[in-house]
Design a protein around this ligand. Structure first.
Ligand SMILES: [Zn+2]
Length: 227
């Protein structure tokens, strides 16, 4: 199962199928369209570990980084966790850029300096990617600003089902749509100063990395230890 459904749905399906001796694996796909076209997706797998290992040649055919996460539903939960960390960080990055703009700082100066500091993360290394993707989707008639908040809501709902409250996630989920609309209004008036550069390995934005060769450190050969 590859679709992004609620973990509870996968768990129910797994239980129903188990009665008939059928294994259900949930395999979430992470990495976006750039990685999909290069066959370098990250897969997170939930379900019976032996079955997952037996099927690894299939998963290795379209994923580069394949992770076994835990029992049925874990693949979907892993994706929700990744989304909440990525989108939650993005919300803070947007606020950091607003603070910078209020004091006349250029976004390229911010990304270049932060990459070499403690605030470094994938969102800063690919700064501008979300803006580009929202613009592409807007041209297709899709309002992505609502969608980003919904991903976080799903994470908060999945936690709530197990009695866990994700209070910060819920706040960001509510704030995200209006934050993104404001970002798009601001970009329409004042686009980013430098044209985007793209990492030649992963194809995503490499803003701020131009002085360091324009390739994300994690995209350089040998960065990931492979057993
Ligand atoms: Zn890269």
């Amino acid at each position: 199962m590859h679709s992004t459904v609620r973990p509870s749905t996968v768990v129910e399906l797994g239980e129903t199928a188990a009665v008939r001796g059928v294994h259900v694996l949930d395999v979430s796909v992470n990495g976006g369209s750039e990685k999909a076209s290069r066959g370098t997706l990250t897969l997170m797998i939930g379900g019976d570990e032996t079955v997952a290992r037996d099927l690894s040649p299939l998963f290795n055919a379209f994923g580069e980084n394949v992770f076994y996460m835990g029992p049925t539903g874990s693949g979907v939960v892993g994706k929700l966790i990744n989304n909440l960390i990525a989108v939650g960080s993005y919300a803070l990055q947007l606020e950091g850029m607003r603070l910078g703009a209020a004091y006349g700082l250029n976004e390229d100066a911010i990304t270049t300096a932060v990459i070499a500091s403690q605030g470094d993360n994938k969102g800063i290394r690919t700064w501008g990617r979300h803006d580009r993707k929202r613009a592409v989707r807007a041209a297709q008639g899709v309002d992505w600003s609502e969608r980003m908040g919904r991903d976080l809501q799903e994470a908060a709902i999945a936690a709530g089902v197990r009695g866990v409250t994700l209070s910060v996630t819920s706040v960001i989920a509510d704030a995200m749509p209006s934050m993104l609309r404001r970002r798009d209004r601001e970009l329409a008036v004042a686009p980013m100063a430098q044209p985007a550069e793209f990492c030649e390995v992963c194809g995503q934005e490499s803003r701020g990395l131009v002085p360091r060769g324009g390739v994300h450190p994690e995209c350089r050969p040998g960065y990931w230890h492979t057993a």
